[in-house]
Design a protein around this ligand. Sequence first.
Ligand code: NDP
Length: 268
Amino acid sequence: MNNRLSGKVAVVTGGNRGIGRAIAERLADEEAMVVVGCLFDEPCPPVSSVERLSFLYLDVTNEASVRAFVDEVLERFGRIDVLVNNAGVIVNKSIDEQTVDDWDRLMAVNLRGPFLMAKYVAPEMRRIGLGTIVNIGSVEGFMVNPWHTAYAATKAGVHGLTLGLAVDLGPEGIRCNTVCPGWIETDLNRTYVELHPDRNLVERELAQMHPVGRIGSPKEVANTVLWLASDESSFVSGEMITVDGARTRKISLPSILDEAYRAKLTKP
Ligand code: NDP
């Protein structure tokens, strides 16, 4: 099926690269008109669905920019059916190194951004009597990697925002859910990987932490967003849906036991 979003207008924040780009293309492949909100005036050329993807300037931290973006989308396309709050940033620092500016920037992009977008898009969804909001949270809203205090706080906040929006906007036909990706290959976590000089070793060990034996791709997150954006999930609202290859379902073992277990598995 390639027309699950036919006639719908979708907005994706931070869709110039990474997970956001994969989401924008996936929704456009299903016949949505997709407007990508991004910081660049000259975005990378789309890979597919060219005629259904357009790009407008958006800084999700700035209320005036959010208002102008929403107004422009409505002027050009007449409605907004789907909002995907994807834009996000990360800081890898200990609590001692972290500055108040770091904290405020993460809060502004990762948490105030989705709030502002929902605030200005909801009236339009209310006007047409339906809509779905999909936030990109993280497994780090439930568990946390070292040096991610601020990031984890923003993502836990996004999960809370999801609950609030689902409850408040549900009576008006608007659903809100969050996709919580695990380790997905994008620029966002590259600095973490590059902490160790042997990239192959890091990738091998990362893969081993996942019961499915590998990390995830942006397209796999996009497929879940598509489901939540479409009518196929019509009775699903207020949910945090984890997409992490079961990594956070596995109880960690001491590494020597984990290695012994894997060695046993690979024996003929
Ligand atoms: P990337 O760093 O590849 O992309 C982030 C995007 O957000 C970029 O396009 C960036 O714009 C945009 N952005 C940043 N600040 C703003 C802003 N103020 N206004 C508008 N857009 C902005 O990251 P990912 O694709 O990996 O991450 C996407 C989402 O997924 C984030 O919310 C992230 O927290 C979440 N996530 C990612 C995981 C992963 O493993 N990759 C795991 C769990 C969650 P620009 O291109 O101009 O810099």
